[in-house]
Design a protein around this ligand. Sequence first.
Ligand SMILES: NC(=O)c1ccc[n+]([C@@H]2O[C@H](COP(=O)([O-])OP(=O)(O)OC[C@H]3O[C@@H](n4cnc5c(N)ncnc54)[C@H](OP(=O)(O)O)[C@@H]3O)[C@@H](O)[C@H]2O)c1
Length: 270
Amino acid sequence: MNLSFKGKNTLITGASSGIGKHLAECFAKDGAKLFLSAHPSEEKALADWAKTLMDRHGGKIWTFTSDLAKPDGPQKLFDEATKAAKQIEVLVNNAGILTYGEFKDVPYENLERMIQVNYTAYVALMRLAIGPMVERRSGAILNVASASAFQPTPMHAVYGATKSAVLHTSLAVAQEVRPYGVAVCSLNPSYTNTPLLNKETSNFPGRLRWFAVSGFPEPQTIAQKGYRAFKKGKLAYVPGPLNAFIHKFLIGLTPKEWVARTGTVIIKPR
Ligand SMILES: NC(=O)c1ccc[n+]([C@@H]2O[C@H](COP(=O)([O-])OP(=O)(O)OC[C@H]3O[C@@H](n4cnc5c(N)ncnc54)[C@H](OP(=O)(O)O)[C@@H]3O)[C@@H](O)[C@H]2O)c1
């Protein structure tokens, strides 16, 4: 498969920072028509980034804000984006949040919010976009999940579970819509140096023992690799050969309870 995004109306969530910000640049370079969205608190950052991309790569970029933690956030965003674009031809579900810590200590509101932003909003936007894509016999969806999707993740149990849900939903739906010419792919990076891990609400401890194995790449590198994999229609891409081997093959062959037990040791601060 070789997907082309030139001239395609592309909606990206969480496009003001981290991986989403750099994915936006990959699409802009290739001449996609961009509809970028961010949390309302990021309105200025998103507008500034859109201007930078227009100066660098030309074309017009539309920006939107929507709080995807709110039940009506995805619908509101989709309505506004389709009003401007007429149709969404490529969807990139990327917005996400993480809270690190023992399950018993994480406030329930954080867990609920994480499920809403990391999974419910992905499903809602996918469901809104995919019908018209199937009708047109063309379209592509990239869901940014995580290497956490492949195994239980102590210290961020619900985060990993939301990512697992995204990965498995993507893989299943990809099979259903392939006959209609629609691609559904997921990008599954290991830990990446983005604001996600530095926010006060994430409670992330800085560096983990696991980084010695996984590395700690910059978001630009992950976005560029993920974008290339998306163009090739890779169904569940894990950047980096060692991370791909560990998460897609080694962990798949190991009983989940062993993986969870090992996880309690390696996902601790270094
Ligand atoms: N960094 C990693 O280690 C890592 C590894 C694997 C996968 N990922 C995944 O990669 C994706 C991008 O994350 P990132 O690492 O690039 O972090 P990031 O820079 O924090 O980007 C996440 C984006 O999601 C937005 N967002 C959060 N809550 C939102 C809400 N309620 N409504 C709308 N937008 C919201 C954030 O906006 P605000 O800045 O306003 O919160 C931000 O723009 C996420 O799905 C994440 O789970 C990250």
